[in-house]
Write a protein that binds this ligand. Structure first.
Ligand SMILES: [Ca+2]
Length: 198
């Protein structure tokens, strides 16, 4: 009997180790393609967009899912006002033991005009926040330079590696357009574990 238990124990341990290491280098945020729709067909699964009940809408901001030239769907945000902000957000439950993540996305920006310099940052980009077990935000990472666009650009990729705080259980992913006018398109947001603890 004993050898069998040891065998099963080893099997379980190695399966666990395999399932964790197999996350390395893989995108764990498939919703970042904006292409996965539920039955409603109105919004891609996992995303919240401001609607007519939110203030940004009243100021003329528009955030919507459109079909891009590539034929897949992407997020489009139009900002007519350089003194406010709007965005879309999603949440991701983090697998355990992730030490570092690489977050990348593609963005196109046109007709960008930056408003008066704001301490919160001007431009557009992907903004992350880690949440603890109770859903409380851990100290903000701020407006990470490598993830922001503040001038016009053809489709281009931005990426950044983040250390995951030990207490982090969830991640919020926000696409924000702030204190600038113009239009952005965003697609292929990926979250890829690049190192994990044993
Ligand atoms: Ca897409």
């Amino acid at each position: 009997m004993k050898p069998l238990i040891v065998f099963l124990g080893l099997l379980f341990t190695s399966t666990l180790a395999f399932s964790q290491s197999s996350l390395l280098g893989r995108n764990i945020f498939s919703e970042g393609s904006f292409d996965i729709f539920g039955e409603s067909r109105l919004l891609p699964i996992g995303w919240n967009l401001p609607d007519k009940h939110d203030r940004p809408w009243q100021a003329g901001f528009r955030a919507e899912i459109v079909r891009g030239e590539s034929g897949t769907r992407e997020l489009r945000i139009v900002s007519p006002d350089s003194t406010g902000f709007t965005g879309a957000n999603a949440r991701l439950t983090l697998p355990e033991n992730i030490e570092r993540l690489r977050v990348s996305y593609r963005i196109l920006a046109k007709n960008i005009e930056i408003g008066e310099e704001n301490p919160g940052g001007n431009g557009a980009g992907v903004f992350l926040r880690f949440l603890d077990e109770s859903g409380k935000p851990l100290p903000a990472l701020g407006w990470v330079a490598g993830m922001i666009v503040a001038t016009n650009t053809e489709w281009s990729e931005r990426e950044q590696i983040y250390s995951v705080p030990a207490a982090a259980k969830e991640l919020t992913i926000e696409v924000i357009f702030r204190n600038a006018t113009g239009e952005i398109r965003v697609d292929d947001i990926e979250v890829v574990p690049v190192s994990m603890s044993e």
